[in-house]
Design a protein around this ligand. Structure first.
Ligand SMILES: [Zn+2]
Length: 142
């Protein structure tokens, strides 16, 4: 069932096949979300930060988000990055240097801030997921 306009949730996370079941489990059991709009891209929010490097990637991502935000007006936004993301290692922006987790946390914070400025009525949460020995942890990024 579609949540009423203004009450739903929208999620952006990586399209990694390894992490999909962990993302879904986290969203249902920990975040308590059953239905949500989703934008799944390699690297999750990373493309949304690329106004300088790959502006068409950023424009396309934000355009899709605007469509869904205008359509459903979700109240809750959840952004999820994950450990050992292949996009960060092998994607078109792998020349950027620095530890992956630090870069991902910065990207999550930057996108959360941009989201809040573009859609001030939504609350934005960000998480960083790590799977070790078949168990996932989701650290809140503030
Ligand atoms: Zn990934």
């Amino acid at each position: 069932m579609r949540p009423p306009k203004g009450e739903g949730t929208f999620v952006v996370h990586c399209s990694s096949s390894l992490y999909q079941p962990y993302f879904q489990d986290f969203l249902r059991t920990t975040a308590g979300v059953r239905n949500y709009g989703l934008l799944a891209l390699p690297g999750g929010v990373q493309s949304l930060t690329l106004e300088s490097y790959l502006p068409k990637f950023a424009w396309s991502g934000w355009r899709h988000i605007k469509f869904l935000m205008d359509l459903d007006e979700p109240a809750r936004i959840i952004l999820i990055g994950h450990d050992d993301c292949r996009w960060y290692h092998r994607g078109p922006i792998n020349r950027l240097v620095g530890p992956e987790r630090i870069r991902q946390e910065k990207d999550l914070r930057d996108v959360a801030a941009t989201w809040k400025s573009r859609f001030p009525n939504a609350s934005v949460e960000a998480y960083y997921a790590i799977v070790q020995q078949g168990r996932a942890t989701f650290d809140a990024i503030r």
